[in-house]
Design a protein around this ligand. Structure first.
Ligand code: SAM
Ligand code: SF4
Length: 332
């Protein structure tokens, strides 16, 4: 590691990189992107080799956990080469974990290779177990593929956390059953508040569901006990007495967690996003492509001083997107 790792001016140590390997996706979740999404021009997207170099530069600067995301990371051609090279860093003991967030549609094909290349746990996004509702939320009839994918992942020994975006008037009534289903299979879940990222063609205020309300509802059915468990990200966990399973609460809108933020993101076009909830980016491409082997590390180190103190999301300003960028650019 180069002297002391990455520490921002507020003393937050950056140990976690979320690397988006593509902004493309085979689903069109309503809260994430519009049906006719405008993707990055292919010429702007980093090569597999460049994505690996970015990840390694962060690892050299003290990053200990890398999550591959997207868009849908498993639709990126040759994604497994990136997984394999990061798995090798885990094997060498310099990286603690390589993981990914996926919508699960391609897991049947990839589960074996993920395990073979050093992945131990993944997050799979699943907002409903109802096929019609799934097709409405994701605008694609893909629930059977996702469920088969989750089974394939469990079959090869991957630990799976189910990510659920809480949506008022959509999956709100189903959340307790979805949690019971996941806990019945030994899976953790994380509930996520919908964030105002990018124009999706409707007002998100209608769908916003504060997780405090979800929790109150869950507590009518179960005993929830707050626990210290962490998965390295922003989720605050509780254990359900009756099921023995864990629920993570990710509350960017109602309970800001920026003071303990340990993360930065890089999008598939090489832009460093120091905060999910702020527009500012630093383009790493010139340093990546300039020919000076030290330039990338220098650019990252210099950028960290610009990490914002907090995001700009506010629950009472959900009507319009807080940012122009969609969630599929930086991933979750
Ligand atoms: N395609 C993969 C997936 O869906 O898991 C990875 C990328 S996706 C952008 C990462 C996570 O962000 C998913 O769990 C998704 O549900 C969540 N997400 C997308 N748009 C969101 C939004 N506007 N607010 C909150 N979460 C969002
Ligand atoms: Fe695709 Fe994930 Fe966005 Fe859904 S949330 S459209 S699966 S990138």
């Amino acid at each position: 590691m180069t002297g002391g790792g990455l520490v921002d001016p507020l003393g937050r140590q950056i140990t976690y990189l979320r690397l988006s390997v593509t902004d493309r996706c085979d689903l069109r979740c309503q809260y994430c992107m519009p049906e006719r999404a405008a993707f990055m021009p292919k010429t702007g997207v980093l090569s597999v080799d460049e994505l690996e170099r970015i990840a390694n530069a962060f690892i050299d600067l003290g990053v200990r956990k890398v999550r591959l995301t997207g868009g849908e990371p498993l639709v990126r051609p040759r994604v497994m080469e990136i997984v394999a090279s990061l798995g090798q860093r885990v094997h060498e003991g310099v990286l603690e974990e390589v993981t990914l967030t996926t919508n699960g549609t391609q897991l049947v094909r990839h589960a074996d290779a993920l395990v073979a290349n050093g992945v131990r746990r993944i997050n799979v996004s699943l907002d409903t177990l109802d096929r019609t509702r799934f097709a409405r939320i994701a605008r694609r009839d893909a629930l059977p593929m996702v469920l088969e994918g989750i089974n394939a992942a469990l079959g090869v020994g991957l630990a799976v956390r189910i990510n659920i975006v809480a949506l008022r008037g959509e999956n709100e009534d189903e959340i307790p059953d979805l949690i019971a289903w996941a806990h019945g299979r030994g899976l953790d879940v994380a509930l996520i508040e919908t964030m105002p990222l990018g124009d999706v063609g409707f007002d998100r205020t209608d769908q916003f569901l504060p997780l405090i309300q979800v929790r109150e509802r869950l507590e009518r059915r179960w005993r929830l006990e707050d626990i210290k468990h962490t998965s390295g990200g922003p989720a605050r966990y509780a254990r359900v007495g009756e099921t023995g399973g864990r629920i993570g609460f990710i509350t960017p809108l109602t309970n800001n967690f920026c003071a303990t933020c340990n993360r930065v993101r890089v999008s598939a076009d090489g832009k460093l996003h120091l905060c999910l909830g702020q527009e500012g980016v630093i383009d790493l491409k010139p340093a990546l492509r300039g020919g000076d082997p030290d330039a990338l590390g220098r650019a990252i180190r210099n950028a960290i001083v610009w990490k914002p103190a907090r995001h700009s999301f506010e629950a009472d300003r959900l009507g319009a997107p807080a940012l122009t960028r969609h969630m599929s650019v930086t991933g979750g």
